[in-house]
Design a protein around this ligand. Structure first.
Ligand code: ADP
Length: 912
């Protein structure tokens, strides 16, 4: 490229390299067809336009080809002394088939340059030779400036012109081609007669060019490097440069001699080169060429942009400035490989002009000429974004993998036809499989299922089901790498894509061995103890615990009040038999630790830890686990513990089981205690009830006798002395009589009340119709006095004590009449059978009861009115309730003030 630009710049161009020069006539600004390479003013090589064209045609990259590699060396030169005449020079040129001939002095130093073109354009020399050719030897004299003695023979000259490699033709003033040499005819492909004698216009594609040449010839006599397109015989177009010189005779334009230089190939090559350069320069990919020393010779825009320089600024720069220091070694290694293999690809971090870092992918291609490496091409792609994506991907993959592998359950991936793709670490650890060994294998053929042909068949069937889009789940039994049996909850799920197609299968396994075992233990113990309470429960529990937990001993103990430093066993079981209850002090025992810490485990060497504990030694206990028992308020009640003569192996499972049953045992102790307390209270209550009834009975019974005496003596006093003492005395005696009779009623009522409790449960079938009638008879005075109407629906037979039920009817109907309004009392007694019992009602139209008193009226001595308003003792309804309670029924009232009341009670139907 440097040589081309040098040639193009012509006379004023500066040498691109100190050792490269182009010689040229001074003042000539035209392009040159060669570049001469000098070393200490001696020509050492030459590079011509033809070479350039050759290089381009051979597909070389002119940007990187070095002149030194492609120049013609050594150079044919001619010593100045041998340059006696033009023809000598010409013959040298002809002889070597060259077009450029450096002229040197006797020391070999360059003194000048002769080119074939210049020689041929020597004009008049050739002019003369053509004249010879055209007009024969006779016309020789027409030339007055050349001595024909300069030619060795006319024939020589004629041959020279005819055989010159330069194309020549002559055109007459009217435009007719009057002669052309063979080279010209060959160029355009015409026979002599097809060209000579024809008008030049026929062969030019552009008439304007001919007119232009003519104009300039008339004006300047000569034209140089006039570009024109000539039509060949085969229809193709040749692009030529025409140099033309007009011959004048006596002021008359005679003819013009034209050199035609074919520049078609050059044009094409130049065009190719231009396109090629444009393509490289504008390529999206960064492209650079570096010399063998690693300096940038040429970089395109994209490459320079990537590094943050201008293309020009990068020329001459060392490659190391564009690579991150940490990656220099990597790139150097790759460079070495490139020298071996010709091409290498490497990723490295690049350094930009501003110091920033980016990731680049480099393709380095060696450039060489023969054995010699001339440098390398470097194609660069910025892969920072891709790298970042890749890094993100790796990170997320690592994250996923970490989670995947740290999962305790077994998770894998299968192809839809059940071939193993991948699995988490748990999959491989459990049965110690080598990851690589099972990838790609059918899942049912992996070591997971190897122990059971049935399971293999089941898994194979599961794969088919899951591949059809349905999930499968079952429990399977395995043996782990260390030989322990395990139960796995296995599932196989299909994964779908957007179109609903199954893309993968997801096998999952969860080790449920512990859960299964726990479930079994819990179920067994629960079944064994569920139906039991109290002591039986405790005894069953310790027995089942020893069996389920595979321990030798189990105890449930309760803390002994008040100091809580001793415990007593509620139940104990050891070596297949129930152990009798015993007490022991907590001090320096594992049980003390259990009470203090709520939980205590000693999975091995128990005796060493409690060396003073004789019992532990006696029973040979090696391990212990205890859980505290607490009541619902959180207070310690005791403990549950198990002991084994071996070390414990499943402490976690045992702990969970013990905790569950500790809660159950604590609840049982609490329940037992409150039951006992209730029992005490009940007994207490019954006793005090009895005492009270006894007292009430005795009191009311024994009071009757003296009261009767008081009453009869007061009546005697009244009868005998009424009207004999003063008026006041009469009133006092009347008060005393009244008080005594009220006391009589009260004591009677009280006696009645206490009798209800005392009477035996003397129950029989009772006809309520009769009872009702009896009650009315007892109430006939009140009915008559109050003009009461007492009606009833048919009344059933019931099971009960007839006198008490009579009392019940009498009390309720009596109240219904007593608590009347102005209206005459209307009472209705009815009964209906409901819910297996007879429901009686006694409805009245009396004063009614405020809502708030509906319960209170049934308590003994509770009255809502003064005795002057409505007489009574407040015992009647209490008696009624007591009677109903003793009959196992209910008694209640519904009422509103002024709207009457309805008393309800229930009695069992008669057995008949
Ligand atoms: P006594 O009738 O002797 O007052 P009871 O125990 O029979 O005692 O009744 C308690 C209270 O219940 C009565 O004082 C009265 O206030 C209220 N009572 C009872 N029966 C009726 C009724 N049928 N209508 C309105 N109030 C009643």
């Amino acid at each position: 490229m440097a040589a081309i630009s040098l040639m193009a710049r012509g006379a004023t161009g500066r040498p691109a390299r100190s050792h490269l020069d182009a010689t040229h006539p001074p003042g000539d600004r035209h392009a040159y067809s060669y570049a001469l390479v000098l070393a200490a003013a001696r020509p050492i090589g030459i590079l011509t336009q033809r070479d350039m064209i050759g290089l381009v045609a051979a597909g070389h990259d002119l940007a990187t080809v070095k002149v030194i590699d492609v120049m013609t060396a050594p150079v044919i030169t001619l010593e100045q002394a041998a340059m006696t005449d033009v023809l000598t020079v010409w013959s040298v040129i002809q002889q070597h088939g060259i077009r450029h001939l450096p002229i040197v002095d006797e020391c070999g130093l360059l003194v000048g340059m002769v080119t074939a073109d210049e020689l041929l354009q020597g004009g008049d020399l050739l002019e003369l030779s053509v004249a010879v050719q055209l007009e024969g030897a006779a016309s020789k004299h027409q030339s007055d400036r050349y001595d024909d003695t300069a030619f060795q023979s006319q024939q020589d000259l004629s041959d020279f012109v005819e055989n010159a490699i330069v194309c020549l033709h002559w055109v007459a003033a009217d435009g007719t081609i009057i002669w052309a040499n063979q080279a010209e005819l060959d160029l355009l492909g015409y026979e002599r007669e097809e060209y000579i004698g024809h008008s030049i216009v026929e062969f030019h594609t552009d008439r304007a060019v001919i007119d232009d040449i003519l104009d300039r010839l008339l004006h300047d006599r000569s034209v140089r490097d006039c570009e024109a397109d000539l039509r060949c015989k085969d229809g193709s177009i040749r692009h030529v440069l025409i140099d033309s010189k007009a011959s004048w005779h006596n002021g008359k334009f005679l003819r013009t001699r034209c050199f035609t230089r074919d520049i078609t190939e050059r044009k094409r090559a130049e065009e190719d080169l231009r396109r090629f350069n444009a393509a490289l320069s504008h390529a999206m990919e960064g492209i650079a060429f570096l010399d063998a020393q690693g300096h940038y010779v040429w970089v395109n825009q994209a490459y320079a942009d990537g590094i943050g320089y201008s293309p020009a600024a990068m020329v001459g720069m060392d490659w190391q400035r564009t690579v991150h220091p940490d990656d220099l070694h990597t790139v150097e290694l790759a460079y070495g490989q490139m020298l071996d293999r010709g091409k290498v690809e490497v990723a490295a971090r690049g350094m930009r002009h501003d110091g920033s870092i980016f990731y680049k992918q480099l393709v380095m291609v060696k450039a060489d000429r023969g054995q010699q490496q001339t440098g390398h091409y470097c194609f660069m792609k910025d892969i920072t974004a891709a790298k970042q994506t890749e890094a993100d991907l790796i990170q997320s993959e690592q994250k996923f993998r970490a989670i995947f592998d740290s999962m305790l359950q077994f998770i894998g991936l299968l192809t839809p036809d059940g071939h193993f793709i991948d699995g988490n670490q748990a999959v491989f650890d459990a049965v110690a499989i080598d990851r690589a060994a099972i990838i790609g294998k059918p899942f049912w053929e992996t070591p997971w299922w190897a122990h059971s042909p049935q399971l293999q068949a089941r898994v194979k069937a599961a794969v088919a089901t899951a591949a059809a889009g349905e999930s499968v789940q079952f429990e399977s039994e395995h043996f782990w790498a260390d030989g322990t049996p395990a139960v796995v909850d296995f599932s196989l799920k299909p994964l779908f894509d957007d179109s609903g197609k199954v893309t993968m299968l997801l096998p999952e396994g969860r080790d449920i061995t512990d859960r299964k075992r726990k479930e079994d233990i819990l179920r067994n113990i629960a079944l064994g103890v569920s139906a039991k309470t109290g002591e039986a429960f405790f005894e069953a529990l310790v027995e089942y615990l020893t069996k389920a937990l595979r321990v030798e001993y189990a105890f449930i103990s309760e803390l002994l009040p008040p100091t809580h430093d001793r415990v007593r066993t509620l139940a104990g079981y050891g070596h297949g038999t129930t152990i009798d209850r015993f007490e022991y002090a907590l001090l320096n025992t594992p049980c003390q630790c259990t009470i203090n810490c709520h939980f205590c485990v000693c999975a091995e060497r128990l005796q060493q830890q409690f060396p003073d504990h004789a019992l532990l030694k006696e029973i040979g206990a090696q391990s212990y686990m205890g859980v505290i028992l607490r009541n619902s308020a959180g207070e310690p009640l005791g403990l549950i513990c198990v002991l084994s003569c071996q070390d414990f192996s499943e402490t976690q499972l045992m702990k969970e089981i013990l905790n569950i049953f500790a809660a159950r045992a604590a609840a049982e102790i609490e329940r037992q205690r409150s039951e006992m307390e209730l029992q005490f209270q009940k007994q207490d209550l019954a006793r005090s009830n009895d005492e009270l009834q006894q007292f009430a009975y005795v009191a009311s019974h024994d009071l009757q006798e003296p009261l009767r005496m008081i009453t009869s003596y007061l009546e005697l006093l009244e009868r005998r002395y009424k009207g004999q003492l003063d008026a006041k005395a009469d009133t006092f005696i009347a008060y005393a009589v009244d008080g005594a009779s009220r006391m009589q009623i009260l004591i009677n009522d009280l006696l009645n009340y206490s009798r209800v409790g005392r009477q035996d449960r003397d129950f029989e079938d009772v006809d309520c119709e009769q009872i009702f009638e009896r009650a009315l008879t007892n109430l006939h005075v009140a009915i008559a006095t109050n003009k009461a109407i007492v009606s009833h629906t048919p009344l059933p037979r019931v099971h009960g004590n007839s006198s008490q039920i009579t009392q019940l009817f009498q009390n309720l109907i009596g109240n219904a009449i007593k608590f009347r309004t102005q209206e005459p009392p209307q009472v209705e007694v009815s009964a209906k059978f409901t819910a297996g019992n007879w429901l009686f009602s006694v409805r009245d139209n009396g004063i009614g009861i405020e809502n708030e008193y509906l319960e209170r009226i049934f308590i003994i001595f509770q009255r809502l009115h003064g005795k002057t308003e409505y007489p009574g003792t407040g015992i009647g309804l209490a008696v009624c309730r007591k009677i109903i309670e003793r009959h196992g029924g209910n008694l209640w009232v519904e009422s509103q003030p002024d709207r009457g009341s309805t008393f309800y009670f229930t009695l069992s139907p008669s057995s008949r």
